[in-house]
Design a protein around this ligand. Sequence first.
Ligand code: NAP
Length: 231
Amino acid sequence: MKGKQVLLTGGTGGLGLGVTPAVLAQGAEVTIPYRTPKDIEKLKGILSPADIARIHFIPANLEDEASVDKLISRMIHVDVLIHLVGGFSMGKTHEYSFYDWKREFELNLNTTFLTCKYSLKNMLEHGYGRIVTVSSRAGAEPAGKMAAYSAAKAGVIALTKAIADETKGTNITANTILPSVIDTPANRQAMGVENADKWVKPESIAQVICFLASEAAKDVRGAAIPVYGSV
Ligand SMILES: NC(=O)c1ccc[n+]([C@@H]2O[C@H](COP(=O)([O-])OP(=O)(O)OC[C@H]3O[C@@H](n4cnc5c(N)ncnc54)[C@H](OP(=O)(O)O)[C@@H]3O)[C@@H](O)[C@H]2O)c1
């Protein structure tokens, strides 16, 4: 990814704290949209000044189409989209609110659609692109109390495969990854540390993402790759 323009969404989140350093280590120029300025400081705390100098932080709400359009128009171009933004909530279907159902789709599927749509327009103009989206194990293996999250992440798989089909015959690829439980501070806080050694590390997921975003993966299209660790 040396010299490549990378749009890395969610780059300051729990997974992002593992993925952002890995993408920078490949020599990329990285644009990270953000909503919460204090998360930027957390990310900067684990990076060198030289790495920080290769990041452009731009405020954006990826649930808003005009905001996504504006974000991408501020980039020179988009060679690589790595879309980490997403979120999780759970509950039995008969007790789950319609508001929360819609939130899961906004956060997980609609942000993926909008960032893919505007990145893809840009990639088609200059004839190169790598799109990596983040689904979840639940997207391929739906589980109880996770109907909304599972359905939204299944949508991410479907969207990514459809883009891969649309871009056949070009130098643009689209693939998705399916993490199980990720070893993030938020998960340690929510579930305790008892099983944390079995969870997949952000740094490990980052290596899979970097491969899919690289020249070497030019013939990998429409894959949904399980990254489960030992869970
Ligand atoms: N954690 C897990 O165990 C796990 C398992 C399987 C899959 N995944 C998937 O992996 C991805 C990353 O998860 P994570 O644990 O790193 O989540 P996270 O810590 O909550 O990070 C999510 C990031 O997305 C940003 N974001 C959320 N809504 C946004 C919006 N509308 N516009 C712009 N930025 C927005 C957040 O910024 P703010 O802080 O400003 O909101 C945050 O930086 C998600 O897609 C998740 O579904 C996670």
